[in-house]
Design a protein around this ligand. Structure first.
Ligand code: FES
Length: 107
C-alpha cells in the first residue's frame, strides 16, 4: 500500500508498505522525519500523531478508547476530524493508499 507523508516544508516521502504494516512502522523503518513511535505501537505515547488527508478518512477503522485518550495528549494540536495515531492505521486493513500530514511537533 502506498503511504505518503507530507511535511511542513512541502517535501513528501512516499513509502510502499506491506499489508499489516502501520503508518507509524512504515515511517520509522524508512527514516521518515517527524514520526517517532516511542511506545512501539501500543497507543501509549502519541508520538506517531498524523493528520489524515480528508479524502482518505473514509474506510479507516474507528478511533479506539486508548487512541482517543492519547490524541488528547499530542504535542501538536489535535484536529477533531483528521488526527489519528499512525500506529493504529494498518495497510491492507485500513487503507490501500493513504496520505497524511506530519505534525510540526511530536514531543
Ligand atoms: Fe506510540 Fe503510536 S507509536 S502511540
Amino acid at each position: 500500500a502506498k503511504v505518503s507523508f507530507h511535511h511542513g516544508d512541502g517535501a513528501v516521502d512516499i513509502i510502499e508498505a506491506d499489508d499489516g504494516i502501520s503508518v507509524m512502522r512504515a515511517a520509522v523503518t524508512n527514516g521518515v522525519a517527524g514520526i517517532v513511535g516511542e511506545c512501539g505501537g501500543q497507543a501509549m505515547c502519541a508520538t506517531c500523531h498524523v493528520y489524515v488527508r480528508e479524502e482518505y478518512l473514509e474506510g479507516l477503522s474507528g478511533i479506539g478508547g486508548d487512541e482517543d485518550e492519547m490524541l488528547d495528549c499530542t504535542a501538536s494540536p489535535r484536529d477533531a476530524v483528521r488526527s489519528r495515531l499512525g500506529c493504529q492505521l494498518r495497510a491492507g486493513e485500513d487503507f490501500a493508499e493513504i496520505e497524511v500530514d506530519v505534525p510540526a511537533e511530536q514531543s
